[in-house]
Ligand binder design. Sequence first.
Ligand code: SUG
Length: 419
Amino acid sequence: MTVREINFDGLIGPSHNYAGLSLGNLASSRNAGAISHPRAAALQGIEKMRGNIRLGLAQGLFLPQWRPDGSWLAMLGTDIANADPHIRAAAMSASSMWAANAATVSPATDTADGRTHLTVANLVTMAHRSHEWPQTLMQLRLAFSDTRAFAVHPPIPAPFGDEGAANHMRLSERHDLPGVEVFVYGQSGGPFPARQHIEASKAVARIHELDPARTLFVQQSEAAIAAGAFHNDVVAVANERVLFTHEQAFADKDAFYAALRHALPGVEIVEVPASAVSLSDAIRSYLFNAQLVTLPDGAMALILPSEARTVPAVWNWLEQMIAGNGPIRQLHPVDVRQSMANGGGPACLRLRVVADPKDIDPRFLVDETKLDEIGRIVEAYWPEAIAPDDLADTRLIARIEQSWLTLVDHLRLSGDLLP
Ligand code: SUG
């Protein structure tokens, strides 16, 4: 059995647009009304996956969702032609691309029954994301259908907001060894909503049958949420024994670091001080929304947004870090600008699952050849550009539907995923 970390990226869907739907997500608000480029967006995401495969990492894929979400509109007593503009935009949202919000994952080594547990996130805080979970759950139940290896759970009930792995960090000496699971929740975010509620985090930990001695609940700082860190993964990321974090990410960092050192004595905390990189620069550059990964030779690398290069304080700090003797040895900037403009960096686009790839439905795993094929479908079908006013255009909607049907058919998933 070869247990390893697999990154499942959300393929950016044909309805990708900038409707400004996420209060507290500064990029989403700043770009409200801008023209999006779904084809370029999806190709950027594919290139990121390809780059990671070339680094020797295992790669999986989640499909975009069927849009417009007519079932959700029907529950609201309307349809795409008659919906109010903000409801229409929510029904057209491509936000399921940010797979870090798909689910929370606890690998088999951490759970009492020795299976990998996944709980689909309810995403109830934002209307446009609150209707993602049924189609996400459908995909999780297909990809992880082997019940000897996996347990896939329905969402935590509303009103307890759960945003999945974006507020969950797992630290361990090695991916395949028992880990410490850290659930980060918000209590207050100044003018912005705290999207991850402690009640949901605690429920997920119970449902996943985690060992309470190796499970921490940590409050995100109000300052971080108020500065635009609407998820913890905008200010901190962990991989194996390393926590890479901004100094102001947590409400009580001393208590958190002490508890973490107690639970995992070998932990290495790489803290970026506010004096070197302000919270605002961290959020502007999305420095922490990087994939922190272990390469096949054991070295760690950061797959980070190319924006990190454009903020001098951030890039200077990173260059100094690499010149030193720390655990993070390589930097790999990637261009995911279309996603970034809606507040989603490299880490938002992926869900990490530590498992044996053999236990996973191969339709959800990708290599370069499969990415080439998907890329060709994207080139041929995905709309080139969408302005928010286009969202009611019946020709655009027909094209989005055709894009999805072609992809799902190609991946031999139409029998299982047709709406
Ligand atoms: O939920 N943006 C997403 C970005 C999610 C990023 N995920 C992580 N940090 N893990 C969100 O705020 C914007 C959609 C719009 O405005 O059209 C949006 O949903």
